[in-house]
Write a protein that binds this ligand. Structure first.
Ligand SMILES: [Zn+2]
Length: 409
């Protein structure tokens, strides 16, 4: 089985390499914003959007007249930026994302450049087009061995800057042994996963997984520091100091989060043959302007991406419910659909049957039922008739629910 895999190394660049890296990242960001300005222009004037190729052609003309010094930058940095822009535009047109926004120098995720072409690794260096050999902080042995054995091929390199540190992420096609086919024996092999603000995830078997304490602490600090920074005088000495501190904190949050999510998604994909999740409504989520919500969105997006490829690696099946599936307001016992629940309401109460249950668990149970119905449906592989007894799968529910679950009347 061929999969795409990223190998990330921290770089230890000398002065010259640092300059070259910074130039490429700056050029990628500049080109992206330049292209975005043209897209916005087209949108306002009602013209069709230029494609990545058209943008790149126009960019070359523009560059000759306005920025001839950019010959030092590999042409793939702007080219890849235009491709990203095209992808972002497509996501917006299909309703999966907001309209692309301008990249900012101070934002951690905006300081990246993707390079293609001749990329090589040696035990302690990465050789990049135009930039040349850059020393890595760790050894590259693991990747190097795969390449030498013909089991990995480098597609592209993304260089990034996080505060005062530099990284390269090498995207490779890697030959991995195919997963063992996983057998689905019954409803107990299906798990519904609800993503929440209170607990990071709640499973349909009643398990709650909390984000690790250091992450929660760092996230709270992140919210506070972001607010503080927004009150500081821009470009003052204090502002600069505070933004560097904030960038470091962003980095720490990202590292703890990445580590936690890797462990969590590996565990899920290895132990659960069928996993049912909600489709993430990115547009709806990040538009309410709530900072803590925005910070959570990042974690959810990361969780989903990791879960997707790990399910492939370990042979688990991922079922994504449609966006309009009312997982939070449906009663997991009788199927009655109630009014929407405000976020603050932690307990789901059903008017029809009197069920009182933890809100997230109720949502996870609905996802689980959706998964069960999908597998039992005309296109799914049947689980046999005794998988769901009478009513809406009462046997499993009574077993799994225990203390959180209470039925009135
Ligand atoms: Zn009910």
């Amino acid at each position: 089985m061929k999969v795409k895999q990223a190998f990330r190394f921290e770089l230890d660049p000398n002065q010259k390499a640092r300059m070259a890296l910074a130039k490429h990242i700056g050029a990628a960001r500049f080109a992206y914003n330049w292209g975005l300005a043209r897209l916005k222009e087209a949108l306002e004037q009602g013209r069709p959007f230029p494609s990545a190729i058209q943008l790149h052609k126009e960019w070359n003309r523009w560059k000759r007249e306005n920025a001839p010094w950019w010959v030092e930058v590999s042409k793939c940095a702007p080219q890849e930026a235009f491709r990203d822009l095209e992808k972002a535009l497509k996501a917006w047109r299909e309703g999966r994302a907001n309209f692309p926004r301008f990249k900012r120098k101070k934002s951690l995720d905006d300081n990246k450049a993707r390079l293609t072409g001749s990329i090589r690794v040696t035990p302690r260096h990465v050789k990049l087009p135009r930039i040349g050999k850059v020393r890595t902080k760790e050894r590259t042995d693991k990747l190097l061995e795969l390449i030498q054995a013909g089991k990995a091929r480098i597609l592209s390199a993304t260089i990034s800057r996080e505060a005062d540190r530099w990284f390269v992420s090498l995207i490779c096609v890697v030959e991995r042994p195919g997963p063992e086919p996983r057998e689905v024996r019954g409803p107990e092999d299906i798990v519904g996963v609800d993503l929440g603000l209170e607990s990071f995830i709640t499973l349909s078997d009643g398990t709650k997984v909390e984000a690790p304490k250091p992450l929660k602490k760092a996230l709270r600090l992140l919210e506070r520091r972001s607010r503080q920074l927004s009150r500081k005088q821009k470009f003052s000495q204090n502002f600069r100091k505070a933004s560097l501190r904030l960038a470091r904190l962003h980095r720490r949050v990202r590292n703890i989060r990445r580590d936690f999510l890797h462990k969590l998604t590996t565990w899920l994909a290895k132990t659960k043959p069928v996993i049912v999740v909600e489709s993430l409504n990115v547009r709806g989520l990040s538009q309410n302007g709530n900072l803590s919500q925005a910070i959570h969105d990042v974690g959810w997006g990361m969780f989903r991406r990791m879960l997707e490829y790990k399910c492939q690696w370990y042979g688990a099946r991922l079922i994504v419910v449609p966006q309009d599936f009312p997982s939070t307001k449906t009663c997991s016992h009788c199927g009655e659909i109630g009014p929407p629940l405000p976020l603050s309401q932690r307990v789901f109460r059903c008017e029809a049957c009197g069920l009182e249950i933890d809100r997230d668990w109720n949502a996870a149970l609905n996802l689980w039922q959706y998964g069960l119905a999908t597998l039992n449906g005309p296109t799914g592989s049947s689980l046999g008739s005794n998988a769901c007894g009478e009513g809406r799968f009462p046997s499993l529910k009574q077993e799994a629910t225990g203390h959180l679950f209470r039925l009135k009347g």
